[in-house]
Design a protein around this ligand. Structure first.
Ligand SMILES: [Mn+2]
Length: 321
């Protein structure tokens, strides 16, 4: 394609030919699918489906993450239309990655929401694809993990967060973003001994056997040692990676419901994610981006980068392991 043509493309989410490759488009216009991938509900031949879950009815304090998927998609339109830096791989050329759009749900039937979400992810997995979900508050990871555990058995989870989300809560009908990992462990979706929480810096009474690298340890031991520990914990087990954006320090990600100081710098998170290449990742999410509190847009940009890194990790797992 001539440069002239390349510079005048618009709405490549609908007009691109095929599901692979990179295409330039003005960041300020056009349909903002994630990374301008094709917007489609057709999962035929798809390797990885990016999907949004605009849900924030499980938050303890401040709402707003229902606007997260839209903000992350828009932020992703600023990312370069070239292979990602530092990987030496070309994930969007070698994998068919689509934007599967958002989960449809009745905002007034909250009790129906978890099963709808599990079905949504089940559909993606049944088609042989993986999912990268844009949240939404962190509750959504529990219904998603149900679908993953059905296919893969008890999962290893790599869980970036300021909070453990392990508060005791034996009422499965409660929809709470602070107890979803408790439920995921207690119901056997997650194997805690082969899972790890990174960036924790709030009180937790009982980690239920989860491995923890808290924020202070992250700062003290450095990226290489963190990655070494995480890889030893998860081994070859199928891994689901969930990234609560509040794992980042509020200096880097202010737009979130429950910010806590002393967190990861964005460079630390970027380096850890990059160096985790080789893990057997089968899916992931980035959650808790809350645009009403994101006065600079930095949080959505961080969210878009995390989601892109998850795609890179998935591509590595599919083509390099
Ligand atoms: Mn969380």
């Amino acid at each position: 394609m001539a440069l002239e043509d390349a510079k005048t493309q618009v709405d490549t989410a609908f007009t691109r030919k095929g599901l692979r490759g990179y295409a330039f488009e003005n960041a300020f216009g056009g349909a903002t699918s994630f990374l301008r991938r094709t917007y489609t509900k057709d999962l035929t031949g798809v390797d990885l489906a990016v999907t949004g879950v605009p849900f924030d009815q499980a938050v303890t304090h401040r709402t707003g993450t229902r606007f997260g998927p839209r903000a992350i998609r828009e932020a992703s339109s600023l990312q370069p239309y070239d292979p990602p830096h530092g990987w030496g791989t070309d994930p969007l050329a070698e994998l068919s990655v689509i934007d599967y759009g958002d989960l449809a749900f009745d905002y007034a039937k909250t009790a129906d929401f978890p099963d709808r979400l599990t079905d949504h992810i089940r559909t993606i997995l049944a088609a042989g694809a993986g999912s990268v979900t844009l949240g939404g508050d962190h509750y959504i990871t529990y219904p998603i993990l149900k679908a993953y555990a059905e296919k893969f058995g008890p999962m290893s989870v790599i869980h970036f967060d300021a909070h453990s989300d392990l508060w005791e809560d034996d009422d499965l009908s409660r929809i709470d973003h602070g107890t979803m990992m408790y439920k995921a462990v207690k119901t056997g979706l997650v194997d805690p001994k082969r899972s790890v929480q990174i960036g924790i810096r709030t009180f937790c009474e009982d980690y239920l056997g989860m491995n923890v690298i808290d924020a202070r340890e992250c700062h003290e031991i450095g990226v290489a040692r963190i990655v070494e520990k995480v890889k030893a914990i998860v081994g070859d087990n199928p891994v689901y990676l969930t990234f609560d954006i509040d794992a980042l320090d509020p200096a880097f990600a202010p737009g979130t419901g429950t910010p806590v100081w002393g967190g990861l710098a964005s460079w630390q998170a970027a380096a850890i994610l990059r160096d985790l290449a080789g893990i057997n990742i089968v899916g992931g999410d980035v959650v808790e981006v809350s645009p009403p509190y994101d006065t600079t847009g930095a949080t959505a940009i961080a969210g878009a980068h995390v989601a892109y890194e998850i795609i890179c990790l998935y591509h590595w797992a599919k083509t390099r392991r």
